[in-house]
Design a protein. Structure first.
Length: 136
């Protein structure tokens, strides 16, 4: 089981509280992250997209579903891993469906690169190029 308190950005979501632990919060870590990054960056949502992409790439490595079926991965990711909507500190509902769909579209359009990165195929290529340099 993964220790979620070590997951991406948890400490950033705690603001000034140096001695806070995850047990001090009722919200999930993802909820805390989304609330923090929404406050930090109201319009651009770059942090929000990075957060969702980070969790999605983690999900590819954690899931037992066929990762070559992107639509199934996306469906299970939304069902089991993340929140699509939060309520900010002012009580406004903020929906991140648009940002999530942008990420899904990007991965659909770059499937080959995604799978190469997930498999780590660049590492064997790097070793081959190092060996060639030593041969010459």
């Amino acid at each position: 089981m993964v220790n979620r308190t070590l997951d991406y950005g948890f400490n950033w979501t705690l603001y000034q509280e140096d001695d806070a632990t995850i047990e001090d919060y009722d919200d999930s870590i993802i909820s805390l992250q989304l609330k923090h990054f929404t406050e930090k960056e109201k319009n651009k949502k770059g942090y929000i997209k990075a957060l969702y992409l980070h969790h999605l790439l983690d999900f590819f490595k954690e899931t037992y579903v066929n990762i070559y079926n992107l639509e199934l991965v996306f469906e299970k990711f939304l069902q089991n891993k993340v929140l699509i909507e939060i309520t900010d500190t002012e009580g406004n509902h903020i929906n991140f469906q648009e940002e999530i769909q942008e990420i899904f579209k990007l991965l659909r359009e770059n499937k080959e690169e995604l799978y190469i990165d997930l498999k780590g195929q660049y590492l064997p290529e790097l070793e081959k190029s190092k060996n060639k340099k030593h041969e010459n």
